[in-house]
Design a protein around this ligand. Structure first.
Ligand code: ATP
Length: 462
């Protein structure tokens, strides 16, 4: 278990412009989060590190960016329409709804009454919406519009709206609950355009949506989140060896690229009884979050389940032919599935540090240079000395042009600036003083050690 408290992370994230509650000004929307200026940078840096490690620096990887709205047959064939469900129970006293497998004991977490839960019902987590001009929401139960296809009326009297919704079943689509299916549906396209040798992988990052029964624990369980997934296509004889390779590769990425402590990462061999029916092996990577040890990401061997499903349902051949042979088969798939929010929460909570400097408590984020939203903060020692400000602007402009993630900071005294930059994880603060005007040297202060050294402007990056 991490020693950092979740509320400290949430409070820093809000205070310093990383993450805000979604639609906060209107009272919020449960399970949604907005990224502020620093959160956007941190999240992008994590995503870029992932793309660089798993796509750009490898020869056998191909990227795609599929549409979020997909033909509903995708989700029928994949099994999501029938089985992408969580068990839902309702408290007969307060009407609170909960995920049955997340409840501890028989007491309702909202009203505290014992033994008030209904029998679990399966609740599908996909968000539905309607495509095209034929579908329309009607308040009060009358049908305002129909189309050539069947219109179905569904009672919604069990929810708070107390109204009816008219919809065309043929217009119904889903917000994708995972990015994986957008990869499988493009497997044949990539094959036709590039015909790569096996093994090869297709990667995608992007939004996914799940109507979680109880979103909770900050960004850990959200209703709208971001995934980074790879489908790695292999010869069926090679899956075991490839799977082992992925375990090592994932661990290396987490520790070396994201700087997560190795001892906080745990590999859980998921027993057959808990695995999805198509998976022959699943390893969950768990992390010691402030909320306890929980799933960070998953690695699954999905056999030929998905491609075979597409072949059967879409009627398109998904076979792969080894070049120069007649050896045809449907490739098997290994799927590493990362959640960006969970990585971000792991990064924030493992970087969060508290120490004491000159008798005062200091909070800082020990983010690695490649993840820190701001790499350099540049300040004139005094903001009312035009010659210092002009020189500092020169240094700032040069660094900004080169790195982009450089911040101008002349608010308050130097001590306050350091504290502020420490809290957002800026590795280096560069200060321009009167000596700079004489010898073109600046002070660089290191976030973690707080040590200051003097260096030539042209050597700041060294
Ligand atoms: P859990 O058991 O925690 O609900 P899962 O096993 O359903 O997760 P997968 O379907 O394997 O999750 O999704 C792959 C990854 O996507 C997860 O490991 C996680 O990082 C991320 N993820 C899934 N659901 C959410 C969510 N509601 N909010 C944030 N990230 C999520």
């Amino acid at each position: 278990m991490s020693e950092v408290k979740l509320e400290d992370i949430v409070s820093l994230a809000k205070r310093r412009g990383f993450i805000y509650q979604g639609s906060e000004v209107y009272g919020g929307l449960s399970g949604t989060w907005d990224y502020g200026p620093l959160g956007v940078s941190l999240k992008r840096n994590i995503m870029n590190a992932w793309w660089k490690s798993f796509v750009d620096s490898r020869d056998e990887m191909y990227g795609v960016d599929a549409a979020i709205l997909m033909n509903p047959n995708v989700w029928k064939a994949s099994g999501h329409v029938d089985t992408f469900t969580d068990p839902l129970v309702e408290c007969s006293n307060c009407k609170g709804r909960f995920r049955a497998d997340h409840l501890e004991g028989s007491k309702c977490p909202t009203c505290g009454k014992e033994n008030t839960f209904s029998e679990p019902r399966q609740f599908n987590m996909m968000f539905e919406t309607f495509i095209g001009p034929n579908s329309k929401v009607v308040q009060g139960g009358s049908i305002e519009e129909t189309s050539a296809t069947t219109t179905t009326i569904r009672s919604r009297s069990d929810d708070k709206l107390g109204s009816y919704v008219s919809y065309n079943t043929s217009d119904q689509v889903y917000l994708r609950p995972e990015t994986a299916q957008g990869i499988f549906t493009n497997y044949k396209n990539v094959l036709d355009s590039f015909y790569p040798d096996l093994p090869f992988g297709i990667a995608q990052m992007g939004k996914a949506f799940r109507n979680e029964i109880s979103p909770r624990d900050f960004i850990f369980r959200s209703r709208e989140f971001e995934q980074m997934e790879i489908e790695y296509f292999v010869h069926p004889d090679q899956w075991e060896q490839m799977f082992e390779g992925w375990i090592k590769g994932i661990r290396m990425f987490l520790t070396q690229e994201l700087g997560l402590p190795s001892e906080s990462i745990h590999e859980l061999e998921v027993p057959e009884s808990d695995r999805a029916h198509y998976s022959k092996r699943t390893v969950d990577f768990e992390f010691d979050f402030p909320i306890g040890r929980e799933e960070l990401l998953g690695l699954a061997y999905r056999t030929d389940f998905d491609l075979k499903n597409i072949q059967d349902n879409a009627g398109k051949n998904m076979e792969y032919t080894i070049k120069g042979t007649n050896d045809k088969f449907i490739p098997h798939v290994i799927e590493p599935s990362f959640g960006v929010e969970r990585l971000l929460m792991a990064v924030l909570s493992s970087a969060y540090r508290v120490d004491e400097q000159n008798g005062e408590k200091r909070i800082y984020l020990a983010l690695s240079e490649n993840l820190a939203p701001v790499k350099y903060a540049v300040s004139p020692l005094l903001k009312n000395k035009p010659e210092l400000v002009a020189k500092a602007r020169e240094v700032y402009d040069t660094l900004k042009k080169k790195h982009g993630n450089v911040m101008w900071d002349d608010n308050g005294n130097i001590g306050k600036r350091y504290r502020r930059q420490d809290e957002i994880g800026t590795p280096y603060c560069v200060v321009i003083d009167f000596d700079t005007l004489e010898d073109d040297t600046v002070t660089i202060r290191d976030r973690d050690t707080t040590e200051q050294r003097r260096t030539k402007i042209i050597e700041i990056d060294k």
